[in-house]
Design a protein around this ligand. Structure first.
Ligand code: AMP
Ligand code: GLY
Length: 418
């Protein structure tokens, strides 16, 4: 079959890599892709936020199946446009993508079914929000509604910090002036990935990421500086509780409301004393969590995504190996602030590219045959092994072989589990 993947990050490189392991894939196009993806698949220039343009391209290229990587096209209804044109697509409708695009929407779904999540209130004006904040006191969490690329959340230790965050939101900094104010959850965070087609839910793996830029979880938040899978805190008991109390009831509520979720549900959990609470839903794979998941799933990832898109999940099974994967993100100095582009990255030519190690590209470009840095997060060096320690050592061994003085990485990926 002919397959089109939308996106250009490390997540999409990992998806492309896994899809290509599956003999069902005859031809793979990634739009827009990056320099690493271009080494394994065709890349195409296409406005992936424009549903009509994506449908026209898919028609022209005889595409049988489209996998949508990032959240922005989902929230804009690109999956709806493809489905309306009769093209099989992995990724939810715009209505179901509200689970990620709107914090308030997800909170209301949780409230409707009694799924454990932090107590909250929502406001669309500053004064009542300030009154509520002062009545609650700190610590407290302030979340701008709408897609904010991880930047709309303030975990405030003090009331003045929380008030500043609120005033920023109602100043129009985040576009839409709607806010969720919620209680601080404590415990250990983990991510749980499930494929969902209406009511059927199929767990496909757990992971933990490292959001802060610096070693020891210090410095500003990023898109993620590394990840590992599985997450030890997600024991079978915790997983069963998360499914029974959170994932299945909320997905059933989505179906009941006429907006069934179809695609991958990224369940952000806080686990305290074995009890999971929902921090957030996303409707796409995490980046760099996806790099770990794809290394562990390999070619069956395509079969699972097809089963999900075609509504056959209840009969689908995941074949598990008792393995571990770990991804170290290499980023440009300065990220998540301003950073330089254009550095040539050396040492990549001799790297292994197999089922145990891959250097996934995120922000890279090709210039006169050389790979150059073209984004904040640039490479995701990923290894798989029988133990987390062995995956860790292999990934860091490969990081050492990358010749890029303008880059940096965290040295402690996986520390909580090791
Ligand atoms: P979100 O975009 O909702 O995932 O929030 C981003 C990050 O903020 C999460 O990954 C958590 O680390 C943190 N966070 C969000 N909500 C809470 C909460 N209620 N309690 C503690 N931490 C939170
Ligand atoms: N790594 C976190 C995310 O993809 O949202």
């Amino acid at each position: 079959m002919n397959i089109l993947i939308l996106g250009s990050g490390g997540r999409e490189h990992a998806l492309a890599w896994a899809v290509l392991q599956n003999p069902k894939c005859d031809r793979l196009i990634v739009a827009p892709g990056n320099a690493g993806i271009a080494q394994i698949a065709e890349c195409a220039t296409l406005d992936i936020l424009d549903g009509a343009a994506v449908v026209a391209f898919a028609d022209e290229e005889n595409i049988d199946f489209v996998i949508i990587g990032p959240e922005a096209p989902l929230a804009l209804g690109v999956a709806d446009a493809l489905a309306a044109a009769g093209i099989s697509v992995f990724g939810p409708s715009a209505a179901a993508a509200q689970l990620e695009a709107s914090k308030a929407f997800t909170k209301d779904i949780c409230a409707a079914v009694g799924a454990p999540t932090a107590d909250y209130a929502r406001f669309d004006a500053l004064d009542p929000a300030l009154n509520y904040l002062r009545a609650q006191g700190a610590p407290i969490v302030v979340k701008a509604d709408g897609l904010a690329a991880g930047k709309g959340v303030t975990v405030a230790a003090t009331l003045p910090e929380a008030e500043t965050a609120l005033r920023d939101i109602f100043d129009g900094t985040h576009g839409r002036a709607e806010v969720v104010i919620e209680a601080l959850l404590t415990g250990e965070e983990a991510s749980f990935f499930c494929l969902v087609d209406g009511d059927s839910v199929l767990p496909i793996g757990t992971a933990q990421d490292h959001k802060r830029v610096g070693d020891g979880d210090t410095g500003p938040n990023t898109g993620g500086m590394g990840a590992y899978s599985p997450a030890p805190v997600m024991t079978p008991e915790v997983e069963a509780r998360a499914l029974d109390k959170i994932v299945r009831p909320t997905m059933a509520e989505m179906t009941r409301r006429g907006t069934p979720m179809r695609g991958v549900l990224f369940v952000g959990l806080m686990i305290d004393d074995g009890q999971p609470s929902l921090v957030e839903y996303n409707v796409r794979f995490g980046d760099p969590e996806c790099q770990c998941l794809m290394m562990r799933l390999g070619g069956q990832a395509l079969d699972l995504m097809l089963a999900c898109a075609e509504g056959r999940l209840d009969a689908a099974r995941v074949r598990w190996a008792d393995d571990h994967a770990l991804c170290v993100v290499m980023a440009a100095q300065g990220y998540p602030g301003a950073y330089a582009k254009g550095d040539v990255i050396g040492g990549l030519d001799g790297m292994p590219e197999d089922s145990g190690a891959m250097v996934f590209h995120a922000g890279t470009a090709e210039r006169e045959g050389a790979i150059t840095a073209a984004g904040g997060r640039v490479l995701g060096v990923t290894a798989r092994a029988d133990s987390l320690r062995a995956a860790h050592d292999r990934a860091y061994g490969l990081v050492d072989d990358v010749d890029w003085p303008g880059g940096f990485y965290r040295r402690d990926i996986g520390h909580r589990a090791l």
